[in-house]
Design a protein around this ligand. Structure first.
Ligand code: NAP
Length: 295
């Protein structure tokens, strides 16, 4: 029987509706959660992501500012802006859209964000908190969204063998940390694979929950999936497709048509993890506003 589809659009929409209640309650107390998104340069994909984040803030009733800087902005200029946002009381969350132009040191910029406003969860203070299971830390939006997909589709992580393929700071590593936590959506036994892992298929075939985030189109084939596994495909890759108007189509890191014949549940690309990432950014911004009010 083909796998059940895990619908990130529907789950994300339901979660944003729930968040609306909390936003309304905060507004009654005079707090409107605010997000600043900084875009340096004119990367086309980044422009799209930034627009989507602004639109999501508008729809949720959050205050937001998108600050666009030219591609030759110096590191000192970006740092000065971050300092201003760190002390701006209207702004609870700050996000620097990556990648940054090469004259700016990404880590230095990310580390300049006040950790209490670091809604991307990339500051070492938040990385440490998430690794230690401290709920005041900000969970990076993509793995946080994956965890919510699992929770909200009733996938039991406790005692399950979760295999995470990819170890980036944005997805793989924090994903493993969340699955390891002692609590709902955690308590899994976690294996992390990366580009130097030997015999990767031997690991993936042991996964009750297989999460793939490597940026390699359709890398995971059906025979790499354990029958009945839950497959979460984080990858978003453009592949040429002359039959499409735009000349390409989006595929994940998993060969969907094969994997869905073997798995019990699977996320599509698009419409799986993607919509959850923006949803969890909104959640983190609201968390930041709530924590700021109680500091
Ligand atoms: P990344 O920073 O490039 O990291 C890729 C990771 O995959 C690295 O850890 C790398 O290993 C590993 N890897 C690469 N080739 C591999 C192979 N053949 N076998 C095993 N591991 C391999 O990428 P990322 O930022 O994590 O993103 C991964 C994918 O997720 C991309 O397609 C990206 O577009 C997508 N993404 C989607 C969302 C969303 O909201 N849907 C959000 C973020 C990312 P090494 O560390 O050994 O090099």
């Amino acid at each position: 029987m083909p796998a059940k589809l895990i619908d990130g659009n529907a789950i994300g929409a339901a979660m944003r509706a729930e968040l609306g209640t909390e936003i309304a309650a905060l507004k009654k107390k005079g707090i409107t959660p605010g997000l600043a998104v900084i875009l340096v340069g004119d990367n086309t994909a980044s422009q799209v992501y930034v627009r989507m984040k602004g639109k999501a803030c508008d729809e949720a009733g959050l205050y937001h500012e998108t600050i666009k800087l030219s591609k030759d902005t110096s590191e000192a200029e970006l740092m000065a802006l971050l300092e201003r946002l760190n002390t701006n009381p209207q702004i609870h969350g700050i996000l620097v859209q990556l990648p940054l132009p090469k004259q700016i040191d990404t880590n230095r910029a990310l580390h300049r964000i006040d950790p209490r406003k670091d809604v991307d969860g990339f500051h070492p203070e938040n990385v440490g908190k998430v690794a230690a299971g401290d709920a005041t830390g900000f969970r990076p939006a993509t793995p946080y969204g994956v965890q919510q997909l699992l929770l909200r589709t009733g996938v039991e992580t406790k005692g399950a063998h979760a295999v995470v393929v990819g170890r980036s700071n944005i997805v793989g590593r924090p994903m493993a940390a969340l699955l390891l936590q002692d609590g709902p959506g955690g308590n899994a036994t976690v294996t992390v694979c990366h580009s130097r892992t030997r015999g990767i298929d031997q690991h993936t075939r042991l996964a009750d929950i297989l999460i793939v985030a490597i940026g390699k189109p359709e890398f995971v084939t059906g025979d790499m999936v354990k029958p009945g596994a839950v497959v979460i495909d984080v990858g978003v890759n453009r592949v040429d497709d002359p039959s499409k108007k735009q000349g390409y189509r989006l595929v994940g890191d998993v060969k969907f048509q094969e994997a869905k014949q073997v798995a019990s549940a699977i996320t599509p690309v698009p419409g799986g993890v993607g919509p959850m990432t923006i949803t969890m950014l909104l959640y983190n911004t609201v968390q930041a506003a709530r924590q700021w009010a109680h500091r």
